[in-house]
Ligand binder design. Structure first.
Ligand code: NAD
Length: 315
């Protein structure tokens, strides 16, 4: 029987991933952990307060619960990372090395997310291939690219079964995003449903790769459940869902809220977005473990609006 620990579970991704993992593996077999308490359904099961920079505390939790798999989600994200680059590097790298080390001992399988932030201004921006020029220009992207190299290194040198996805911007309604450059695409739905105008920190024509949270959670579990022989890429997989601009998501929202208004006030996050791909080629994920997204912009828009409406009613 697998015993799964999620590190950084109270964030945007963990809040939804934990609930799905508990459906698959049983509530008592999925231990959520974070430096802070989470909210909603996440807290309806085992939860530990854990600062992942405290390696002894991490190892004690592995022992206490007999953990066999770790999903390591804790990180400083792209926009926040630029405010304190040294701390972003410290948290993102030290924590990954702590978790990878545990893969030599008790832990049999590790999941660690990378990001489209591993790409930079020299990368081809349309249908960005799996293998290409990287040269990230944010500390977040530098830490994710270094992390990918460490994952492949631990797999090759020590046989650690570590798996990874380069997520695009993730969009869900159950938790607010944690300081990334694609956060606008979550906030815009909140404002529309709350009947407010929206000020967007990116220009209207800034195309970025995005993914609805249901697709991201499904991809993550499918990759982790795939037979090890299918998982040939041990750095991190490109993964595509959809790609859109602020103007396109605005138009999709307007189909449901015709009076909704958006203004544009680009800030420092515009430069980060301009250094990232517009769309992703995920041929490797499709071919190796048969990835296929289910949500496009219109389908996601309906799901976001319905989800947010019911979340606001129950608040
Ligand atoms: P988030 O910021 O919403 O959540 C991160 C969680 O980590 C938070 O709950 C935070 O409290 C926790 N945390 C911070 N410091 C910690 C520490 N020292 N010990 C333990 N927990 C700590 O981030 P997210 O959006 O859920 O992202 C999860 C992962 O996915 C990250 O690695 C991120 O880089 C990656 N990712 C996210 C996106 C996205 O659009 N959300 C895109 C690409 C990659």
């Amino acid at each position: 029987m697998e015993k799964i620990l999620i590190v950084g579970a109270s964030g945007q991704l963990g809040t939804e991933l934990v609930v799905k993992l508990r459906e698959v593996f049983g509530t008592s077999n999925v231990i959520a952990s974070d430096i802070r308490e989470g909210s909603g359904e996440l807290m309806d099961g085992p939860f530990e307060i854990l600062n992942i920079l405290d390696a002894d505390a991490y190892r004690a939790i592995l022992k206490k619960h007999g953990i066999t798999q770790v999903y390591h989600l804790a990180a400083v994200l792209s926009a926040k990372g630029e405010q304190d680059p040294h701390f972003a590097w410290k948290l993102n790298m030290e924590s990954l090395l702590t978790v990878l080390e545990s893969g030599k001992e008790q832990v049999r399988k590790i999941y660690w997310p990378s990001s489209i932030a591993v790409f930079g201004p020299d990368t081809p921006r349309d249908h960005t291939p799996q293998h290409t020029i990287m040269n990230p220009s944010t500390v977040y992207g530098i830490s994710k690219l270094a992390g990918e190299r460490w994952c492949e290194y631990y797999c090759q040198k020590y046989g650690v079964d570590v798996r990874s996805i380069r997520y695009p911007g993730l969009i869900g309604y159950k938790a607010k995003p944690g300081g990334g450059t694609t956060d606008y695409a979550v906030d815009i739905y909140w404002k529309a449903v709350e009947g407010q105008d929206f000020s967007c920190f990116l220009k209207p024509d800034t195309a970025l790769p995005m993914m609805y949270m249901d697709d991201a959670v499904r991809a993550t579990i499918e990759l982790m459940e795939a037979d090890a022989s299918l998982v040939k890429t041990r750095s991190s997989y490109n993964l595509a869902g959809m790609s859109f601009t602020p103007d396109e998501v605005y138009r999709a929202v307007r189909k449901h809220y015709p009076d909704f208004k958006v203004s544009y006030a680009p800030d420092f996050r515009q430069a980060i977005a301009d250094s990232w791909p517009k769309s992703i080629d995920d041929t490797y994920a499709r071919n190796e473990w048969h990835w296929k997204p289910a949500y496009d912009l219109d389908k996601m828009t309906v799901a976001m609006i319905e989800g947010l409406k019911s979340a606001l009613i129950t608040q």
